[in-house]
Write a protein that binds this ligand. Structure first.
Ligand SMILES: CC(C)(COP(=O)(O)OP(=O)(O)OC[C@H]1O[C@@H](n2cnc3c(N)ncnc32)[C@H](O)[C@@H]1OP(=O)(O)O)[C@@H](O)C(=O)NCCC(=O)NCCS
Length: 212
């Protein structure tokens, strides 16, 4: 192990894992880092209020921040690029998920399946504020959360926002900068704000094509 850990609570760390700079740990007793995990500089891992599991072979590049208040799991061989931030509870990444730089994943119930790709600056957030018209301070309204599911092999383009309650099917594609407010079926391509399905990758059928 190179680099060094700040704070005393030492997590369980598997053999072959390497730290390439200063890493800040809090709630280390709730953190499990698997084997052959590579951790870059300025990484912050916090699990005071929950559990954080980083499976074998994961790569956490510089500036990654993960704060668990429930359970967060980063699946086997996944890569979190520079400055990715993951915060909340009930957040599960499958195997070999690729998260490009500066993505944010926040929530209470977010499941991202195997081999999903996030372009840079994707934002996944399953929460919103109630917007009761009688309340002037939205900050005082309770948060509302709706599950997010992203199916295997889906590709979420750069800068897209995925809102609560959305399921993105396996093999689906979300265009760059799209705002996804409704489900995207498996193998469909959805673009825009709000994102609309424009085609089906498997059948080649485009939205608006005449149906026989
Ligand atoms: C969605 C995407 C994959 C292209 O899919 P495609 O099926 O080849 O789509 P086309 O290029 O044929 O475009 C189809 C229509 O959607 C529109 N469109 C494509 N991408 C769009 C986007 N991100 N937002 C809004 N509209 C988009 C096109 O302008 C075109 O509109 P038109 O029919 O009115 O001319 C691509 O545009 C994209 O957004 N890729 C993500 C790139 C990225 O994030 N890279 C980072 C590296 S991971």
């Amino acid at each position: 192990m190179m680099g060094f850990l700040v704070r005393a609570e030492i997590p369980v760390i598997g053999s072959g894992s390497k730290f390439f700079g200063r890493v800040t740990i809090s709630g280390g007793e709730n953190i499990r880092i698997g084997r052959n995990v590579n951790v870059g500089e300025r990484v912050v891992l916090s699990a005071r209020g929950g559990i954080l599991a980083i499976d074998d072979g994961c790569i956490l590049l510089n500036g990654v921040e993960i704060e668990s208040s429930g359970t967060i799991r980063i699946g086997l061989g996944s890569t979190l690029n520079n400055d990715v931030a993951i915060k909340g509870a009930g957040i599960y990444f499958g195997e070999k998920v690729w998260v490009a730089r500066n993505c944010i994943v926040e929530g209470t119930d977010v499941q991202i399946a195997d081999r999903v790709i996030f372009g840079p600056f994707v934002h996944v957030n399953d929460g919103t504020h109630r917007i009761d018209p009688r309340t002037s301070e939205i900050l005082m309204e309770p948060g509302e959360f709706k599950s997010i599911r992203i199916g295997e092999n889906a590709w979420i383009g750069s800068g897209a926002m995925i809102l609560g309650g959305v399921t993105i099917g396996p093999g689906a594609i979300v265009g760059a900068r799209s705002v996804v407010t409704k489900d995207v079926p498996a193998f469909c391509v959805a673009v825009g704000n709000p994102a609309k399905v424009i085609k089906n990758r498997l059948t080649g059928e485009k939205e608006g094509d005449e149906k026989q």
